[in-house]
Design a protein around this ligand. Structure first.
Ligand SMILES: Nc1ncnc2c1ncn2[C@@H]1O[C@H](COP(=O)(O)OP(=O)(O)OP(=O)(O)O)[C@@H](O)[C@H]1O
Length: 352
């Protein structure tokens, strides 16, 4: 059962030649967390606003909990769609206490009881009488989330909810927000341009670019099997090399060597392809059969990230990304040898 269904949604803003959304189809399963992920201008916020009813599509339909809320003939306004919103800046009322912010607009008989319940859920007990300016960023976000959940919405929509938090708090709040949404049993759609937020919080990721859906899948599917070059380089880092499928169809002959695959789906012998190689698939090894020179190096604490340049032919070079998880001392200008290990390597069609 889907709590959100977008069918063939298109939208071109007045005065613009290019559509902001071009034939978008999205299905969000009940109780799941889905992230719309893409670069600036890819159409994420417009999609969210169309689901919420702040914007109307020219064509296509939107259904929430099985009911059509928008199509060519019908229109249900935002306040009657059973939606809770968390905005990027949280949009808390500065003159209201935490208690009254959370209860704002809630008219049910169980108001006080429900506010207490959601305050417990978001771990804000004891903060009832505080005002928003007396709260930390993470606490403000909890209030915004509690307010969105108070009315027991079918769907919660969150627009870049982590962008105002510093790095440590961001990691903590990702896990916390996920817990809260799952405990509340809500269906949630996030908008994000941050791949780490998307990978860590989502059951499914919808990757968008130029108003189109590029790929939909679990974080693992998107990371391990990106469908095109854009997805491979936008989510995580990847080295892209050119290759040709071998005659027997079991390997790809690339500029940096022959890579064997167990199964290459839907690709023909001699077909020209790209291969996306994640940094953890290149293993530095003194007996390795690929050689290169270290051009850049950065130490992140967890690993050493290298950019290594290989000489492919007299006038062609290829840079590859390698992550090392050891105390090995490597300097810029050193020669390194490495092998390809089939951990996270994907064959990508050239025409997608
Ligand atoms: N109200 C508007 N009027 C005209 N054009 C708009 C309007 N809102 C969005 N657009 C355009 O529609 C396209 C998609 O914008 P949208 O805000 O949905 O992208 P986004 O992926 O959310 O980007 P960001 O991460 O920067 O918020 C962009 O080209 C943008 O300029």
């Amino acid at each position: 059962m889907f709590d959100i269904e977008l069918k063939s949604i298109s939208k071109t803003f007045l005065g613009s030649d290019e559509p902001a959304l071009n034939d978008i189809n999205i299905e969000v399963e009940k109780g799941s967390i889905v992230t719309l992920l893409g670069p600036s201008g890819s159409g994420k916020s417009t999609t969210l606003r169309i689901i919420a009813g702040f914007e109307r599509a020219e064509s296509g339909s939107v259904a929430i909990a099985g009911e059509v809320v928008s199509d060519e003939v019908s229109w249900i306004p935002p306040e009657r769609r059973g939606i809770g919103m968390v905005f990027q800046d949280y949009a808390l009322f500065p003159h209201l206490t935490v208690f009254n912010n959370i209860g704002f607009g809630y008219k049910g008989k169980d108001r006080d009881e429900r506010i207490k319940e959601v305050m417990k859920l978001v771990n804000l007990e004891g903060f009832e009488k505080r005002y928003p300016n007396e709260l930390s960023g993470g606490q403000q976000q909890r209030v915004a989330l509690a307010r969105a959940l108070a009315r027991r919405p079918v769907v919660v929509l969150l627009d870049e909810p982590f962008s105002n938090l510093d790095a440590d708090l961001r990691i903590q709040m990702r896990m916390e927000v996920k817990r809260i949404i799952k405990e509340a049993g809500a269906t949630a759609v996030f908008v994000s341009h941050d791949q780490k937020d998307a990978l860590s919080i989502s059951d499914k990721i919808i990757v968008m670019r130029d108003g189109k859906v590029q790929q939909t899948g679990t974080p693992q599917e998107i990371y391990k099997n990106p469908i095109n070059r854009f997805v491979a380089t936008f989510i995580g880092s990847s080295t892209i090399v050119k290759g040709v499928i071998s005659k027997d169809g079991h390997s790809v002959l690339t500029e940096i060597g022959n890579i064997v695959f167990n199964n290459i789906n839907n690709l023909n012998p001699d077909e020209e392809v790209y291969v996306s190689i994640r940094p953890e698939s290149l293993k530095v090894d003194d007996d390795g059969n690929i050689k290169g020179i270290v051009k850049q190096m950065s130490y992140t604490g967890e690993s050493i990230e290298l950019v290594v340049e290989l000489l492919i032919s007299k006038d062609e070079k290829q840079e590859v990304l390698i992550h090392i998880h050891s105390d090995k001392i490597i300097n810029i200008g050193d020669q390194v040898k490495f092998n390809i290990v089939p951990k996270a390597i994907a064959v990508i069609r050239r025409d997608l």
